[in-house]
Design a protein around this ligand. Structure first.
Ligand code: NAD
Length: 318
């Protein structure tokens, strides 16, 4: 199958590309290699694919409409995995216009171009943060998502709604996958697994919100990719589906595992959590099990060990 992947040089995008190429799909990859984090890291993520004749890389900014439409009419993909975005909740607090341009306008560009060429299925990377600050745990897809805490989740919610409009107007199959705290090899340097590991290795102070009294539903990259591939293969009409592990972990326990792996003791500085941070993320994954055959199986200990193995080899050569 010919599949267009946006954000294809990023953390999740490069893992998805690897899996799709391995099983024989053709991947039309879009990324602009922006410098929110090191573009060199993104180049390294895609380096193994460049020689593959079924891999077609287009370096462009999807918040501009014309180049997006040109790539879609050149390749006419059967399915789209729209993973490209500015991905940080906290960065969005100070950059609402950037998040509106890339995550909302850019997504409409990709959605509209997909519809124009008759793509069969559109899979969108949404987020657990659409649930905001809620006492209803675990998070179920039928729950309201009307109170996003920052521009990032507000924009993701807007695209989930736009996806419904395209499904309604054009019959486009649209699945929003609400990812929960994804981590693993090639993980983003602005996320906790990477930050904590780096601080431990460098013996630097770790800033911890609310003294670690926060829980996150860490989900290993291989489990997420299995869910994304299943969603690409199964057009479902219009759906919003949680992809988490369903077992939230206290930040203090998470840090303890990394302390053991790195052999370093954390030097913690506790600060109050900002208003953009929910106290807990916790996925109910029944819908994913039912519709996608999703079975996340990687424990936090195994997942962090795999992350650490990658970090030692790729980030901190000894
Ligand atoms: N990592 C997580 O825990 C997590 C959780 C929830 C949702 N998500 C979503 O999953 C998707 C992938 O996240 P990730 O962790 O791989 O992030 P990432 O930052 O590693 O990947 C995103 C990629 O999109 C590209 N991109 C950004 N703006 C672009 C533009 N205007 N044009 C072309 N390319 C552009 C970036 O260069 C980057 O390579 C994002 O949509 C993110 O919001 C991630």
């Amino acid at each position: 199958m010919k599949i267009l992947v946006t954000g294809a040089a990023g953390f999740i995008g490069s893992h998805l590309t690897e899996t799709l190429l391995k099983r024989g799909d053709t991947v039309i990859a879009i990324d602009n290699f922006n410098d929110y984090y090191s573009p060199a890291r993104k180049r390294a993520n895609i380096a193994p694919f460049l020689e593959n004749p079924r891999y077609h890389l287009h370096e462009l900014d999807f918040s501009e409409r014309a180049p997006v439409e040109a790539v879609f009419s050149q390749h006419r993909p059967a399915a789209v995995a729209h993973l490209g975005a500015m991905g940080s909740v906290r960065y969005s607090v100070k950059h609402p216009h950037l998040y509106t341009r890339v995550n909302i306008v850019g997504s409409v560009n990709v959605l509209d171009a997909a519809q124009q060429v008759g793509a069969q299925n559109f899979v969108f990377a949404s987020t657990s943060s659409v649930y905001g600050q809620t006492n209803q745990i675990p998070f179920v897809e039928s729950q309201p998502t009307d109170f996003p805490l920052a521009p990032y989740p507000a924009g993701k919610k807007a695209v989930e709604a736009m996806g419904y409009a395209y499904h309604n107007m054009h019959g486009l199959n649209f699945t929003a996958l609400r990812f929960f705290n994804v981590y693993g090899p090639r993980g983003r340097p602005d996320m906790m697994p990477y930050i904590v590991t780096e601080k431990l290795v460098k013996r630097e102070e770790i800033t911890l919100f609310d003294n670690g009294r926060m829980r996150r539903d860490w989900t290993f990259i291989d489990d997420i990719i299995a869910g994304v591939v299943a969603a690409i293969d199964r057009p479902l009409g219009y759906e919003r589906i949680n992809l988490g592990r369903g077992e939230p972990v206290w930040m203090t326990d998470f840090i303890e595992i990394l302390e053991e792996l790195t052999g370093q003791k954390a030097d913690i500085k506790a600060v109050p959590a900002p208003a953009s941070e929910p106290k807990v993320t916790f996925a109910n994954v029944d819908k994913a099990r039912r519709l996608l055959g999703y079975h996340p199986h990687t424990s936090i200990a195994d997942g962090l060990a795999a992350f650490w193995a990658w970090y030692r080899q790729a980030v901190r050569p000894e």
